[in-house]
Design a protein around this ligand. Structure first.
Ligand code: 48H
Length: 259
């Protein structure tokens, strides 16, 4: 077979550029490709929203890959079982109400589900700032992760979106930016970032879903970020709350759920 090396380069650059141009204006921009972000992206894309997801790392999946202490299994409870089924993830019953899945299979299934539903996923891109107009989030400021890692002085680019979902996990990076840069008053108990509470699986799981909300006009929080912002407990390697939270964030944007 005759292959031109430069044609391969042209194909990659052309297609990536097309994808990135398409991502410049979206209905929803998801920050973070952990379980909460992937599930939110899936449900929104499935509802025909134009969804773009930015993940800082090379790999999508966030904290799910490592299961608990690198034992690559996750636990899911009854309430979240329909989501494992929705994504075609195989699971086994451990005890009544406790199901286990391979963390690797789950990340792969969530990722494929989101992509096939129509979400555009960009890895190796870090969200480093937000755009705010008239006290509403209107978009994100993005840069290549290696620019950040290399501490290079390279100016970023911007993307515009009607909604942003902060799915950045424990650090709640987008919410933190809004507070730090805008002195924003969040829709939390104190109006500020409440901070995450210590391990308590039962409470943490319920709180993750309850704390999934629009905390600032145009900005929702989901997954671990919801508890970091609103003051919920951490829960260890049980992931049902992350999946349910991602779905709830999507439903809130779609007007299918009330806060
Ligand atoms: C682009 C970014 C940026 C940025 C971060 O940590 P995650 O897996 O988040 P969740 O909420 O989907 O799931 C949380 C879960 O993994 C977890 O940590 C649990 C259950 N912990 C319990 C406990 O007790 O510890 O994924 C967040 C993703 C990561 O992939 C980051 O790389 C990415 O967001 N990210 N992407 N721009 N500025 N910041």
């Amino acid at each position: 077979m005759h292959l031109e090396d430069v044609t391969i380069s042209k194909a990659i650059i052309t297609r990536y550029q097309e994808e990135l141009l398409e991502a410049l204006e979206s209905d929803v921009a998801v920050v973070g490709g952990g379980p909460a972000g992937l599930v939110a992206a899936y449900y929104l894309a499935r509802a025909n929203k134009k969804v773009v997801l930015f993940e800082r790392k090379l790999s999508i999946g966030g904290g799910m890959w490592g299961g608990g202490m690198m034992f690559n299994q996750i636990v899911v409870q009854d309430e979240a079982l329909p989501l494992l089924k929705e994504f075609g993830v195989s699971y086994r019953t451990f005890e009544e109400g406790y199901y286990t899945s391979s963390s690797v299979e789950t990340v792969a299934a969530l990722t494929l589900g989101a992509v096939r539903a129509g979400a555009r996923i960009f890895n190796l891109i870090s969200v480093e700032d937000v755009m705010v107009r008239d006290n509403r989030i209107t978009g994100l400021v993005i840069n290549w992760t290696p620019v950040d890692l290399g501490r290079l002085h390279v100016d970023p680019l911007t993307v515009q979106s009607a909604y942003v979902i902060d799915c950045t996990g424990h650090d709640a990076q987008v919410a933190s930016m809004v507070v730090k840069k805008m002195g924003a008053v969040l829709r939390t108990r104190t109006g500020n970032l409440e901070g995450e509470k210590p391990m308590w699986a039962a409470r943490g799981e319920t709180a993750t879903v309850a704390n999934t909300r629009e905390i600032y006009p145009g900005l929702l929080v989901a997954g671990m970020a919801a508890n970091a912002v609103c003051g919920g407990h951490r829960m260890g390697p049980i992931f049902g709350g992350m999946l349910l939270s991602g779905r709830r964030a999507a439903r809130l944007i779609l007007g299918e759920d009330e806060e």
